[in-house]
Ligand binder design. Sequence first.
Ligand SMILES: Cc1cc2nc3c(=O)[nH]c(=O)nc-3n(C[C@H](O)[C@H](O)[C@H](O)COP(=O)(O)OP(=O)(O)OC[C@H]3O[C@@H](n4cnc5c(N)ncnc54)[C@H](O)[C@@H]3O)c2cc1C
Length: 289
Amino acid sequence: MQSVTLPASLDEAVAALGAMPAAVPVAGGTDLMAAVNQGLLRPAGLVGLSRISELRGWHYQDGHALLGAGLTHARMGRPDFAALIPALAASARAAGPPQIRNAGTLGGNIATAAPTGDSLPVLAALEAELVIAGPDGSRREIPVSHLLAGRDMLEPAELIGFVRVPLLHAPQVFLKATGRTGPGRATASVAIVLDPARRGVRCAVGAIAPMPLRPLEAERWIASLIDWDGERGLAPDALAAFGEYVAAACIPDQAPDDGGEAPPLPPAVLHLRRTVAALARRALGRALS
Ligand SMILES: Cc1cc2nc3c(=O)[nH]c(=O)nc-3n(C[C@H](O)[C@H](O)[C@H](O)COP(=O)(O)OP(=O)(O)OC[C@H]3O[C@@H](n4cnc5c(N)ncnc54)[C@H](O)[C@@H]3O)c2cc1C
């Protein structure tokens, strides 16, 4: 490795990347150094983001929180952050063992864009936007879903600076299945966000596809059943039907081309569908309770 630069500001970091096109940014290093150690990556230089204090906190703007990309999972898991964005705090608390949560950052989780990234379904349900920093102090905003879909990918001298998240002041839940006890990568995860002002339920399912899936019809259907001005509770059979609706939307039956009856799903896929249904049912039940 040729050089390591430790800029003190976001714009200095962008300039360092511009001056050294073969260098890569590193935040907590939990993903990047794993790739280096496995011999998958040999960067010519590193631009470290860990000394950029403006990326490690958050501030408020027009009913939104602007979260610095350098916020660690450990910081987001703390009670003051959980009071603001409960589902993101819950996903941060679930993101690996303590040493990973102490170092790993929100920006790294997004840039890596692994299907199992725990923050990703939460950001999809919140319809978060990314503030991308570019050369000469430029900033542009893109929906997080665009970056995860591979469109509007970052240019080499661009960095994720901030994540703009609406403050909804309503219950949010993140649940994750790992297929094992203790910390582990998600086999499936579900984020539920209530948006009472728009009388909406937003749901995203993580880990079962390259990017989080939004079951929009299931969201609209269940939102229409909720008494938004009353107690907001739902009967158990409605919660169960929502879980099934979400799961079938995300893991559909595979109808043959001739229009005949769909064959039964393979056992592992059926198990995954049941897991998603259970997570969605429980997450909505908790959000409404
Ligand atoms: C043992 C282990 C367990 C894990 N368990 C989980 C888990 O349960 N859930 C989970 O979600 N993740 C898990 N992870 C993955 C990892 O910890 C997270 O993805 C973490 O959030 C990455 O952040 P980082 O700061 O360490 O990223 P880094 O490793 O520093 O960077 C990752 C990538 O993002 C780029 N990057 C970093 N910051 C920026 C930025 N601001 N702008 C543009 N590009 C940037 C880097 O160039 C690199 O390509 C685990 C990792 C390990 C090693």
